[in-house]
Design a protein around this ligand. Structure first.
Ligand SMILES: NC(=O)c1ccc[n+]([C@@H]2O[C@H](COP(=O)([O-])OP(=O)(O)OC[C@H]3O[C@@H](n4cnc5c(N)ncnc54)[C@H](OP(=O)(O)O)[C@@H]3O)[C@@H](O)[C@H]2O)c1
Length: 262
């Protein structure tokens, strides 16, 4: 018998620190996790799993049955159509949650993909629309996953969520990355989808700490509370997503941006 408390979660960007932390915790809690990755082997290694190999004498440590790693690009419609669909015995339904923590790599000229988040959300929204239409899910809750998008502090138009000291550094170094994340957030707000934006402060360290949370209702355009801090670890960004959205009272975060910091 299936356990109704267990969710099906799609991870985009699971080889990055935030996604990996949320994925590890979700796997350990028994949720079904689908990870769409460009290099599946990289994710297996990060999680400490290995497949049997004729060249390695080490015993294999295969991934658990609740982990499904799909090779593909998060900007590709066909990869997303496959990754978002769960085929049950009678009909298809969509995953319950999508955690997207896509990011670009810094290069000498800036970033290797300055539109990584915008393109990712556009492809995701297009795939969702198409799947609902194809599977007749438009009017059902089975076709509405909770999209959790990892964004950044320094983006709010209504409140300051950064210490004054960090503002010049953010403006100088993060203009391109923030323009991309601003577009991602705008697309989610205008989409009518069930979404939560997670705005972490500067990533530093690898441990766990006490997380403070500021809340902005992006649909109503209201700041409910503020939290201003310098840093948070990637591990804790993933922990927050796991505790509040995967296992917590996820409904209270719909349409909101959570600023998380120490
Ligand atoms: N650095 C900070 O202080 C800070 C603060 C706040 C927010 N953020 C943002 O938080 C987000 C998450 O950061 P993070 O450190 O956890 O991750 P990250 O190290 O930036 O990794 C990005 C992830 O996105 C994946 N990716 C990128 N393009 C892809 C594509 N086209 N298809 C499939 N996968 C793709 C990468 O996969 P590959 O392994 O294939 O490259 C990787 O898993 C980023 O957007 C980052 O900018 C950063």
């Amino acid at each position: 018998m299936s356990d109704a408390s267990k969710k099906v979660i799609l991870f985009l960007g699971a080889t990055g620190g935030c996604g990996l932390s949320a994925l590890r915790r979700s796997l350990a809690a028994g949720h079904t996790c689908i990870a769409l990755c460009r290099t599946p082997r990289k994710l297996l290694l990060l999680l400490g799993y290995s497949e049997p190999s004729s060249t390695s004498p080490a015993p294999p440590n295969p991934p658990p049955p609740n982990l499904h790693i799909l090779q593909g690009n998060a900007h590709s419609g066909s990869s997303l159509l496959h990754a978002l669909t769960v085929s049950g015995s009678f009909s298809a339904h969509l995953v319950d949650i999508v955690v997207t923590s896509l990011g670009a790599r810094p290069t000498l000229k800036g970033m290797d993909d300055p539109h990584v988040c915008e393109r990712g959300v556009q492809a995701l929204l297009d795939a969702l629309q198409r799947l609902r239409k194809d599977h007749g899910l438009e009017e059902t809750s089975q076709g509405v996953p909770h999209i959790v998008a990892v964004s950044s502090t320094g983006l709010s138009e209504r409140t300051r969520d950064l210490p004054w000291l960090m503002i010049p550094m953010y403006r100088l170094l993060l203009g391109t990355a923030h323009a991309d994340k601003r577009k991602m957030e705008k697309m989610l707000i205008e989409s009518g989808e069930k979404f939560t934006v997670v705005r972490g402060s500067l990533y530093a360290g690898s441990g766990e700490g006490k997380i403070r949370v500021g809340v902005e209702d992006l649909v109503k355009g209201v700041v409910e509370s503020t939290a201003i801090g310098y840093t948070i670890s990637r591990e804790d960004v993933g922990r927050w997503v796991f505790e509040e959205i995967v296992e917590g009272e996820a409904g209270k975060w719909v349409g909101k941006a959570a600023t998380i910091t120490y």
